[in-house]
Design a protein around this ligand. Structure first.
Ligand SMILES: CC(C)(COP(=O)(O)OP(=O)(O)OC[C@H]1O[C@@H](n2cnc3c(N)ncnc32)[C@H](O)[C@@H]1O)[C@@H](O)C(=O)NCCC(=O)NCCS
Ligand SMILES: Nc1ncnc2c1ncn2[C@@H]1O[C@H](COP(=O)(O)OP(=O)(O)OP(=O)(O)O)[C@@H](O)[C@H]1O
Length: 207
């Protein structure tokens, strides 16, 4: 971290948190304040259906039947495979993460703002934190995160846990972050975002 600070460029800030922590929801509040936000998980979904090389690689490793004739990915089928097989998940990550990092860099180059946000579940797991100036963590208690995702995605508790266990433990993840926003439905979120926005604008002005 620090490269962009040293050279006085626009700051690149990561925002992360475990599954169901509410990082996308919190990122949307920053977006309302005018901050450009890159949603890496959403971008990965798009790239997996538009990047010809990536589609070819996923087909080669996981079978042509993962895509229909319009290159629409069968996410449920692929999820069933990779969230139950560590090696296969690592393989998929090694194909998707570099493509997503490339795409987010190209996106950042097109932005003009004091700072931009990159929202991603796997900032630390994918190594993309290295290219960021600061990281924000969004935290929420595990039982609440599980309930949120079961409701949002209409999936079982076991399916949520299978994804959760493939991520760095949230207590460790929050320690790796420079700032933490509590999204536990007890503490108000908007005042925390406003305070952090002010801090980041100040940091960008000093850079
Ligand atoms: C396996 C896939 C097709 C399953 O799709 P599905 O629609 O069921 O889940 P979705 O992508 O919405 O992910 C739901 C949540 O699971 C978690 N999750 C997703 N991918 C991963 C992963 N590789 N490791 C750990 N957790 C993950 C995240 O918290 C994510 O928000 C999809 O998750 C995928 O392609 N994952 C690998 C690429 C990736 O890492 N994407 C996310 C970050 S770039
Ligand atoms: N403070 C909150 N109060 C009520 N519901 C919330 C709150 N924060 C998030 N949620 C809800 O919890 C669910 C999970 O939030 P969100 O999608 O933002 O999480 P996420 O961290 O991006 O998850 P994932 O890693 O799975 O993409 C969503 O349905 C969202 O609307």
């Amino acid at each position: 971290m620090g490269f962009f600070l040293e050279f006085g460029c626009m700051l690149k800030i990561g925002i992360t948190g475990g599954i169901g922590s509410g990082k996308s929801t919190v990122a949307k509040i920053f977006a309302l304040l005018g901050v450009p936000v890159y949603y890496a998980d959403d971008a990965a979904k798009t790239i997996m259906q538009t990047d010809a090389l990536l589609i070819q690689q996923v087909k080669a490793h996981f079978g042509d039947h993962m895509y229909d004739s319009n290159n629409v990915l069968d996410r449920a089928a692929l999820g069933k495979i990779v969230f139950n097989d560590k090696d296969k998940l690592e393989l998929l990550n090694s194909l998707v993460h570099p493509a997503t990092i490339r795409h987010s860099d190209e996106w950042a180059d097109r932005q003009t703002a004091p700072y931009v946000l990159k929202e991603a579940a796997l900032l630390f797991e994918s190594g993309s934190f290295q290219f960021l100036d600061k990281c924000i963590g969004v935290s929420a208690p595990q039982p609440l995160r599980i309930l949120r995702v079961m409701r949002r995605d209409n999936i079982s508790r076991n399916d949520v846990l299978a994804r959760m266990y493939k991520q760095i433990d949230d207590n460790i993840k929050m320690k790796l972050c420079d700032y933490v926003i509590r999204n536990d439905e007890q503490e108000m979120v908007i005042p925390q975002v406003l305070a952090l926005h002010k801090t980041l604008l100040q940091l960008a002005a000093e850079a």
